[in-house]
Design a protein around this ligand. Structure first.
Ligand code: GP9
Ligand code: MN
Length: 411
């Protein structure tokens, strides 16, 4: 009931951090071009295969952007839908199932809804059926103005393969659709080609297959390479169509692509004897890149702070000059000077500045060495638990029904 919301709001308020004065509003009134990168993990960046870069475009882009190298996905069984849920709400997804199915019609205060008050139009671009992951229903709850789904794209046998429209074609057509939107807009584009089982037509294979005992992993590097090429063309076309300069471009990996079933191949690729639980946590890092033309190209930054998808919403809103104090959110602005470096994964594992906790194990984050839990990981256990359980309570109780930003909830 609403008493529970008061308790949660107190917790959230206590963890709230002031935004960075310097960064607040730095991208005010710009279009937001958010790109969700299917199954893209951070370990592929700045790596080569037979002397060829796997992500040449992203490797260049991060040198003209803010790049968060210790940014973790926080998804579970809801995969892409979980990542969308976290980004839109700064709430955690559920431990089981997809919240897009279980609680699609809850009251939310998602980013598209918040930005409406600031004159933004919102749209999602994804060349799949609108009902996949229940998106059509959920996007209404998030107050997305237009969902450009499979019906909005021109799909032919020539321009599609595997899961559907190839990323290159998807981006080509997406920019054409984007041109029709009122500005400023908040757009969310979701790629698809780099999806399990990672298959490509011959003409789209730009690097060799890897050579390991996992066909899946061998092909994964190739589809990542293809996606990178598609992204390159996307940015070029945004420039051609005058959608680049006055935008903020944000790229984020949605979740892992390579599961623990492929640990042997991963170990071989990473040059390790084996993949330990510590390594598995580190492999949950996904790229998070903020590119602000005219700013980050002049002053790029490699940011090593521990962070996660939960932090995207307050970070982005603050860059756009939107105050988020009193909002119910679990993330913190990544540019806030007093932010707590912390990320909790949906299975309860967590990462702090010094430690990584995986079930009953504790590791020194920097060395990867296993250490005693007492006085180290166990200090943060309650915080990790509270984060997830408060977020769950909001979702199960549909508690944002009782939230009213204007009046806030009574204390
Ligand atoms: C489907 C796409 C992939 O529309 O978003 O979903 P996933 O299987 O990665 O959750
Ligand atoms: Mn996905």
């Amino acid at each position: 009931d609403s008493d529970e919301l008061v308790e949660i709001q107190n917790y959230v308020n206590a963890n709230e951090k002031e935004p960075s004065e310097e960064m607040f509003g730095i991208a005010k009134d710009r279009n937001v071009i958010f790109v969700s990168l299917e199954s893209t993990q951070s370990f592929v960046l700045n790596e080569t295969l037979n002397g060829k870069e796997i992500t040449p475009f992203l490797n260049d882009l991060i040198n003209e952007s803010y790049y968060f190298e210790n940014f973790y996905h926080q998804t579970e069984q809801g995969k892409t839908s979980d990542s969308e849920f976290i980004v839109a709400n700064s709430l955690y997804p559920l431990g089981r199932g997809s919240v897009f199915f279980t609680n699609s019609e809850n009251e939310y205060n998602a980013t598209p809804e918040i930005l409406k008050d600031y004159g933004y139009y919102s749209a999602t671009f994804h060349a799949n059926n609108a009902t996949f992951w229940n998106r059509d229903i959920v996007y209404d709850s998030f107050e997305v103005d237009t969902f450009f789904d499979i019906e909005s794209y021109d799909i032919t046998p020539e321009n599609s393969f595997g899961w559907g429209l190839k990323d290159k074609e998807f981006f080509e057509q997406t920019v054409d659709l984007m041109k029709t939107l009122p500005q400023p807009f908040y757009s969310y584009s979701i790629t698809l080609t780099n999806h399990f089982p990672f298959e490509l037509e011959e003409e789209d294979k730009l690097i060799d297959e890897y050579d390991s005992n996992s066909e899946i992993f061998n092909r994964y590097l190739q589809t990542v390479r293809y996606q990178d090429e598609a992204l390159k063309r996307f940015i070029e076309k945004l420039k051609e169509e005058n959608l680049y300069e006055h935008s903020i471009i944000v790229l984020m990996g949605d979740h892992y692509g390579i599961s623990e079933n492929h640990n042997e191949a991963l170990a071989q690729f990473l040059g390790k004897d084996e993949i330990t639980p510590y390594d598995t946590i580190q492999l949950q890092r996904v790229p998070f890149i903020i590119h602000i033309p005219g700013l980050t190209d002049q002053h790029p930054e490699l940011i090593s702070d521990i962070s996660g998808q939960i932090d995207v919403k307050p970070t982005l809103l603050h860059l756009l000059g939107v105050d988020t104090s009193d909002r119910i959110q679990f993330g913190q602005d990544l540019f806030s000077p007093d932010r707590t470096p912390f990320a909790v994964l949906r299975n309860g594992s967590f990462i702090t500045e010094d430690y990584i906790s995986v079930s009953t194990l504790c590791y020194d984050r920097k060395s990867g060495e296993e250490i005693e839990r007492e006085g180290t990981c166990d200090v943060y256990e309650d915080m990790a638990h509270d984060e997830l359980s408060f977020s769950d309570k909001i979702i199960y109780g549909d508690l944002l029904r009782f939230y009213n930003k204007e009046e806030s909830v009574e204390e």
